[in-house]
Design a protein around this ligand. Structure first.
Ligand SMILES: *Cc1c(COP(=O)(O)O)cnc(C)c1O
Length: 508
């Protein structure tokens, strides 16, 4: 159809730096090839309306096998949790047990519709109700909504609940959200989207919230504090009870960013420490695939004084059961609800996966998850701290942050991260949190064995040697992947999301 595609042009482009030329479906197209075969119709043929037929659409013509091989090849350019070690800090890229995929594909779950009468979907509702109960038990909160579609969406929901709580008490002066400098960017974003002012609180030398700064910021204009604990340095705040007390004493609420719950499962319930509201990331802590792998899910738990504000509806028992009859599950609208935050009832497939994961592990298994996650991170920290400087160096939780620098070399965190790809590892998170220069944030998760952790530590130690002896190996990395080092600024500024465009396509 065309002999020069935009992908090929893009591959000549420095921002992509491709080592292979991957033909597009249009390049592979040949007139007359087809990928479908319809049986002869057993009804008279009808002419399609002229308006539906678009002869001008340049569609490729291919057999089924051509299309399958094309996409299979493209999929293999990607790195995945199923393909290798993925220590992307803060993201908890743990292995997703395949039984979760089996259960969420059961026809009783996939062949139902959210608008069906509740009597016909009692199994689905029972699953959601039970998951709410389990999340309450795991976190210590009094009530849970499963609606939010991701962690950031859970934050928005939680912050709107905090705002509604103050408003219901006619406490209109509260407009300020306190957020530590180590926080994930979604925290200030959720607060700003809720119409609040954001005030940054510094960290102290040990990576805790700076108590003096917090004390002086706390007044009658404070909505609350959004805190990730363990924080994004992988450190448990050593004064957590004091932090909670300061915020509560000035009338503020404690928001818990639950992205790091993996370190606490079965050991500490955030509500017991005094958090008032928290989101869960089912796609981190409870193994639901994320990133390119599927939609996330960010349920929110609240303490009793916030339960009336939860989004509507939540799943509840609408008719008590008896010895002979099971209870009837249905939908309940909390008295002062902030309203709906999502169509229907959340990412149901993600809920089934998380339910399966929790059921498979049970209470003792959940605790072991946290213990091994923390053990694995501390093992890597112990093997690497002599090679890479760790600015906040104390026993970590499920992740830690090192500096991506090597003495006597000009390499940066980015170079180290890219070189790791040549050793078949996914790079750690880099340049976050911002309070560490050249940050490399490493989270092994509990699903990795000691051999994998050792291979990874060996690779990072070898890379530090290369950085001194042959720094160009790092500057030029990755060299073994289908695409080389990207010009990330150019790729972001001149984003090409479509791999093929007709030659006469005009940029709008
Ligand atoms: C992942 C993460 C979030 C946001 O969660 P999403 O599900 O990606 O929206 C918020 N805070 C922290 C610390 C995180 O790691």
């Amino acid at each position: 159809m065309t002999d020069s595609s935009t992908l090929r042009q893009a591959q000549g482009d420095a921002s992509l730096n491709a080592k292979i030329v991957e033909p597009t479906l249009f390049d592979l197209s040949s007139p007359g090839r087809v990928g479908v075969s319809f049986p002869d119709p057993d009804v008279p043929r009808a002419e399609l309306p002229e308006s539906l037929l678009r002869a001008d659409l340049p569609l490729p013509e291919l057999a089924e096998v051509d299309v399958v091989r094309h996409y299979m090849r493209l999929s293999q350019f990607n790195y995945s949790v199923d393909g290798g070690f993925y220590p992307l800090g803060s993201c908890t890229m743990k292995y997703n047990p395949k039984i979760n995929e089996d259960t969420c594909r059961l026809p009783g779950f996939t062949a139902t519709h959210p608008l069906q009468p509740i009597e016909t979907v009692q199994g689905n509702l029972a699953l959601m109700f039970t998951l709410q109960e389990w999340l309450k038990e795991i976190s210590g909160f009094a009530a849970v909504t499963l609606q939010p579609a991701a962690g950031a969406h859970g934050e928005l929901t939680g912050v709107l609940i905090m705002r509604a709580y103050h408003k219901a008490r006619r406490d209109a002066k509260r407009v300020k959200m306190l957020i530590p400098d180590a926080a994930h960017g979604t925290n200030p974003a959720s607060s700003a989207m809720s119409g609040l002012q954001v005030m940054q609180i510094p960290s102290d030398a040990r990576g805790n919230v700076d108590l003096a700064a917090l004390r002086s910021a706390c007044d009658e204009t404070v909505v609350g504090l959004m805190l990730t604990n363990p924080n994004t340095l992988g450190l448990f705040d050593e004064h957590i009870e004091e932090v909670v007390k300061i915020v509560h004493d000035c009338g503020g609420l404690m928001y818990g960013d639950g992205a790091n719950l993996n370190a606490l499962l079965g050991i500490l319930r955030p509500a017991d420490v005094g958090f008032d509201v928290m989101h869960f990331n089912l796609h981190k802590t409870f193994a639901v695939p994320h990133g390119g792998g599927g939609p996330g899910s960010g349920p929110v738990g609240v303490a009793a004084h916030l339960a009336d504000f939860l989004p509507a509806p939540i799943v509840g028992i609408v008719e008590e059961g008896s010895d002979e009859e099971p209870p009837l599950f249905g939908f309940i609208t909390p008295a002062k609800t902030i309203g709906r935050v999502k169509a229907f009832h959340g990412q149901f497939g993600a809920l089934v996966r998380a339910f399966t994961y929790i059921a498979m592990h049970g209470p003792d298994g959940l605790r072991e998850i946290a213990e091994y996650a923390v053990l694995n991170a501390n093992y890597l920290l112990a093997r690497l701290r002599k090679t890479y400087h760790v600015p906040y160096d104390r026993i970590c939780m499920h992740e830690f942050v090192a500096e991506g620098k090597v003495e006597g070399s000009d390499v940066r965190a980015l170079d180290i991260a890219k070189r790791l790809m040549d050793y078949d590892f996914h790079p750690p998170t880099n340049y976050f949190p911002h309070i560490v220069h050249e940050a490399l944030m490493i989270e092994p998760t509990e699903t990795e064995n000691k051999d994998t952790l050792d291979r990874f530590a060996d690779a990072l130690i070898k890379i530090a040697e290369e950085a001194k002896a042959q720094p160009e190996l790092l500057h030029d990395a990755p060299t073994k992947t289908p695409f080389g080092r990207m010009d990330e600024v150019k790729a972001a500024r001149e984003l090409v999301l479509c791999c093929w465009l007709p030659e006469d396509y005009e940029k709008k």
